[in-house]
Write a protein that binds this ligand. Structure first.
Ligand code: 5GP
Ligand code: MN
Length: 351
């Protein structure tokens, strides 16, 4: 039981106006947690709006409640969103923990008169919330949402749509149940979600097997021509230019997962993907073992995240950003080479 559940119970005792938001370019955990939480709160009689600070991949559009999401667009609905923020009694911030992650919405939320509640699993939360469920050991925010609903005594309200949204969040944040964050608790929660009749195979298909043809050809091109492997640092990286994004008609979500291909090479400890977006270079970092990409990203690329999965930004050019990244590697060489990445050698069976 979270220490703040009783506080939350008190806050939710009367019908409230509720605003839910999540991080820039929401992923399945961000959107799935937000939508499942929104459905739960509606079932409890509250008025709820989910606002995302940007658009999100089309492969998430199937989630229950998706049609009612307000996507913040500064030039189109700034007033409407500001009203929602200011009128809310309660503001839930899900799957992020520093207000910079929600762009312009950050300042609106910071100044909002309502009570702010953080539900998140990233390291080092900024101190902006009145009530906080911050659990960096959790595999996903969706795991926390499940536990909070259960601790509030309402597990029976989790329907198939909510269950599939939560499942999608846990499935993607655990890399389909293979990251070390995939605890016994995670599997027990999935077992509970199965009781809500979630369709596992269908969620996998909707998330992982719904690519356009051109997206697959983009992936082929990137892996063949753009993957750089630096064996002397156990590092692999990919840098994608604006022209390449244009040529392959890249849409939101199309570059998601590229970094995992770089990390899938045997012996690679650190993987990075640099995407030349219009506003800045967006970076994804992944690692295996002891090397903390949360620290690396925080120290050098204005970012953060989890121990083995983080992100950051750079306002330098793509080339300059990559050059700076490669220039940083020698100071980490011992760590990058020292992290055991070799497979465990099993003694041959005695004949
Ligand atoms: P991804 O590479 O999938 O975009 O992000 C990996 C992890 O790092 C996610 O948990 C994400 O929330 C976090 N993250 C991504 N970009 C940033 C960033 O610019 N700043 C911070 N603090 N975290 C980030
Ligand atoms: Mn998450």
């Amino acid at each position: 039981m979270f220490p703040s559940v009783s506080e939350l119970q008190a806050l939710l005792a009367e019908p409230k106006q509720i605003f839910i938001t999540t991080h820039h370019k929401p992923d399945a955990d961000a959107l799935g947690s937000s939508l499942a939480w929104a459905t739960y709160l509606k079932k409890k009689g509250h008025s709820v709006t989910v606002v995302t600070p940007s658009d999100y991949p089309a492969f998430l559009n199937w989630m229950q409640g998706n049609d009612e999401v307000v996507v913040y667009e500064p030039r189109q609905n700034d007033r409407q969103v500001r009203d929602l923020v200011n009128r809310a009694d309660l503001l839930f911030c899900l799957d992020f923990n520093c207000l910079g992650r929600i762009n312009e919405l950050g300042e609106y939320v910071r100044r909002a008169p309502g009570t702010k509640v953080l539900i998140d699993h990233h390291q080092r939360p900024e101190n902006f919330a009145d009530v906080s469920f911050s659990e960096p050991t959790a595999a996903a925010t969706a795991e926390l949402i499940f536990e909070i609903i259960r601790d509030l005594g309402d597990q029976a309200l989790i329907d198939q749509g909510m269950g599939e949204a939560l499942y999608a969040g846990i499935m993607t944040d655990t890399g389909s149940f293979r990251h070390p964050s995939t605890s016994r608790n995670v599997h027990l929660i999935i077992a509970e979600l199965l009781n809500a009749h979630i369709d596992l195979a269908s969620v996998h298909r909707r998330i992982y097997d719904s690519h356009s043809e051109i997206r697959l050809r983009f992936l082929g091109y990137i892996l063949k021509d753009k993957l750089v492997v630096l064996r002397e640092f156990n590092t692999a990286y990919i840098a994608v230019t604006k022209e390449e994004l244009r040529e392959y008609e890249s849409k939101t979500g199309d570059t998601e997962g590229l970094v995992n291909y770089a990390l899938s090479i045997e012996g690679i400890v650190l993987a990075a993907v640099f995407i030349d977006r219009s506003s800045a270079v967006k970076i994804s970092f992944r690692s295996v073992g002891d090397f903390s990409v949360a620290d690396f990203s925080r120290n050098h690329f204005d970012g953060g995240g989890h121990h083995n999965a983080s992100g950051g930004v750079s306002t330098e050019s793509l080339d300059a950003t990559v050059e700076r990244f490669v220039g940083l590697l020698p100071q980490y060489q011992a760590q990058l080479l020292g992290t055991p990445a070799e497979p465990v050698v099993v003694a041959p069976p005695v004949a």
